[in-house]
Design a protein around this ligand. Structure first.
Ligand code: ADP
Length: 503
């Protein structure tokens, strides 16, 4: 064991060695007092029995006491130094009187004691103050270090306990820290190599079934370009060949000067979630396909029955068959919407684009929908004689959805205004109602799949939240945009744009 190591571990050494005690702010009173008394005893013993010569005796005493003052000032701070000085001066005074100095010798003795006293005092104060300042400084440093260590331990524990995989990359050397979950999910054995080893950089990462290069990995984009990535879904082929679906977030780590010093990324294994979603979509798709055929034939039978009853002038029968007809149509719309949603999700929503007259489509749709309501008045305002380019049926579907929503969500009735405005190479079509409206916070969300504004007042409106999702996809695929404005309680205006020409 090294000398320093010994000094640090040995109890007695730790108690006596002032250097080891640096940073410990416990200053003893008893130890310096007892020590100085012992030293006085030893000096007395030496002067009477070992070295009776007063001169050499005095010199040794001066050195011994100076050493003791320095030692205690350094060990026990100002307090230790002052105790040692007080002991020393008392002893010096005792010597003067016990040795019966006379006249000049007495005066010289007293003068010496005063001068030495001042010197000792200054020495004790300076060393003691220095020691206490050092102690305070070391204590602060130690505390800061312990706090940092504690913080690190806490972060480490949190990281290890998180249910997601965490990767943190250092920009300078591309070294990586991971938690246990990240290693499990990505199947990494030697994590240090993930970003530094060229073969590891070849790891198979896919986005929408296309392999992406190393520079496109979220954590690399974050560290290279400062990009913040949120909820990106990709597939990852592990070293053991297993293909998994992952959802990744990433963000750069900046220093105080806002320079990128690294990046952190979270990885979630969503393989199960994805497979469940696929199974659910397959089920919905299959069910809607299975339902479509019987509903179509039911609709045909109902239509012909309706015509027959209409001719027979059976009032009660007509009322009943009208109810059946309406419900069958509603059922057919629902199944069609379900099929559309699955088509969108599997990328199978196809369009038959052509140039057609918007005015015609609008007036036909409005006329048809006006028949479904007596409370509302649907008006077309402004010029609408434009030719637009797109899938006529799908755009009819969007307009129908917006107007039926306007009817549905303005139960008090009133007007519904359809407006058309030309803007550069596109037209903006809007549908305004004066119904319940949508709060600002919900306005973006209503276009999400299966989203329905959910508060107590809206519970009475039936629906599945598919209409706006389908409309958004149709408009997006026509290179247009769809949005809503308005205020809760005052009504909403839905807008969407369409291209005027083929582009
Ligand atoms: P659905 O009407 O079948 O629930 P949509 O996708 O058409 O589904 O609409 C989604 C949600 O947006 C609705 O549930 C409703 O809360 C809200 N919403 C749509 N249109 C309007 C409107 N004109 N006024 C108020 N809220 C609306």
């Amino acid at each position: 064991m090294s000398t320093l190591g010994y000094l640090k571990t040995n109890k007695i050494a730790r108690y006596l060695n002032p250097i080891v005690r640096l940073g410990i702010r416990k200053y003893s009173t008893i130890f310096p007092t007892i020590s100085i008394l012992i030293l006085i005893g030893v000096c007395e013993f030496v002067s009477y029995f070992v070295l009776p010569n007063p001169e050499s005796n005095g010199l040794i005493a001066i050195f011994a006491f100076v050493a003791v003052i320095i030692y205690f000032a350094f060990r026990d701070g100002i307090k230790g130094g002052l105790i040692a000085v007080a002991g020393t001066l008392t002893y010096y005074v005792y010597i003067i009187f016990s040795r019966h100095y006379q006249a000049e010798a007495l005066i010289t003795g007293i003068q010496t004691v005063i001068v030495l006293g001042i010197l000792y005092l200054v020495l004790a104060l300076i060393i003691g103050w220095l020691k206490q300042t050092l102690d305070r400084f070391i204590e602060q440093e130690t505390k800061a270090r312990l706090d940092a260590e504690e913080g690190q331990m806490r972060t480490q524990t949190i990281l290890q306990q998180l249910p997601v995989g965490i990767l943190s990359l250092n920009a300078a050397d591309f070294m990586i820290e991971t938690n246990h979950q990240a290693e499990e999910i990505l199947g990494i054995k030697d994590r240090t190599q993930l970003f530094t080893d060229e073969t590891q950089r070849q790891s198979e990462v896919y986005k929408n079934h296309k392999k992406i290069g190393f520079e496109q990995w979220p954590i690399i984009r974050a560290v290279n370009k400062g990009e913040v990535v949120f909820g990106e879904e990709m597939e990852y082929q592990r070293r053991d060949g297993k293909m998994i679906d992952i959802r990744v977030n990433a963000a750069p780590i900046l220093n105080k000067k806002r320079q990128i010093i690294g990046a952190v990324s979270s990885v979630m294994d969503i393989t199960q979630e994805k497979s469940l979603e696929k199974r659910k979509n397959d089920f919905v798709n299959m069910t809607s396909h299975e339902l479509k055929t019987p509903i179509t034939s039911m609709k045909l039978y109902v239509d012909s029955l309706y015509k027959r009853i209409q001719q027979s002038r059976d009032e009660r029968g007509l009322k009943m068959i009208t109810g059946i007809k309406n419900q069958t149509e509603r059922l057919q719309e629902l199944v069609n919407d379900l099929l559309d949603v699955t088509r969108i999700q599997t990328g199978k929503l196809h369009f038959n684009r052509e140039e057609f007259k918007l005015e015609e489509l609008l007036s036909e749709t409005v006329e048809m929908l006006q028949d479904t309501t007596q409370k509302h008045q649907i008006l077309i305002k402004g010029k609408s004689n434009y030719k637009v380019y797109g899938d006529r049926f799908r755009i009819y579907q969007v307009i129908t959805n917006l107007i039926t929503n306007a009817i549905k969500y303005s139960p008090e009735g009133k007007e519904i205004i359809v407006r058309v405005k030309k803007e550069a190479q596109k037209v903006v079509i809007s549908v305004q109602d004066f119904g319940i409206g949508i709060s600002k916070s919900q306005q973006k969300k209503v276009f999400e799949r299966l989203y329905q504004v959910n508060d107590s007042t809206e519970k009475t409106y039936p629906g599945l939240g598919m209409g706006l999702f389908i409309s958004k996809e149709i408009v997006k695929r026509h290179k247009g945009s769809i949005w809503v404005e308005g205020e809760e309680g005052k009504g909403s205006t839905f807008y969407f744009t369409l291209p005027l020409k083929k582009n």
